[in-house]
Design a protein around this ligand. Sequence first.
Ligand code: ZN
Length: 220
Amino acid sequence: MGELRILFIGPAGAGKGTQCAKLSEEFGLEHISTGDLIRAEIKSGSELGQKVQSIVEAGNLVSDDIVNEIVKNKLDRTKRFVLDGYPRTKEQAEFLNSVTNLHYIFSLEVNKENLVERLSGRRLCTGTKKPGCKGMFHIAFNPPKVEGICDLCGSELYQRKDDNPETIEKRINSYESETGKPLKDFYGNGDKGEFISIEADEAPGMVYEAITSKLKAVSK
Ligand SMILES: [Zn+2]
C-alpha cells in the first residue's frame, strides 16, 4: 500500500469523526486525533508524556509547541493517515506543512442552522459502565435504541452543558474565525495538497460517497 495522507477540516457537528472512522477502515488509514495522541503519550510514560501529564493535571492547556512535537513524532512513523482536529490554527498548519506533505484536504461545509440542530440534539455516553466509551447519539438523527441509554455499553447518556443553541452559535463563530477561515485560506489554493470542499449537510452516507468519489483514483 502506498502513502496516503489526508486532513479533515470542519467544525464540531460537521461529522468529521464519523467520516474519518469509515474512511480509515475502508482505506487502511490510521485515524489520528490530537486528543488520542496526547492521551497515548501520557500513557506511554515517556519524558514528554510525563511533562504533558503534569500540565494537564495542573489544569493548563498543552502548548502549541508540545502538540506539534507529539504530532510530528506520530507522523514520522505513519505513512497512511487521516488527521482530524489538528491543525487548529494557521501556525499549526504551517508547522504541519513543514513536516509532511498532505495529499488531500477535505473541508466539510455545513450551514449554521444545521450545525446548531445537530449539536443541540447530541447525547454522549457517560461511560459509567465502560470508561472511555465514545458512544454518541442524536435525539432525531441517530437515537439510541433505549432513550437515554448508550447502545454500546448500557451507560446513561448526557448532554454537554455547552450544547445549547446560544453557546453552540458562539462556538461555531469562534471556530470559523480561529480555525475554519485561516485553514481554508492556507490550504485553499491547493499548493499544499488537493483541497476539496464537501457539502456536508446531507446524510452521512451521502457525504461519505462524495468523499470517496474523490479518492477513486487512489489505491486502497
Ligand atoms: Zn457507552
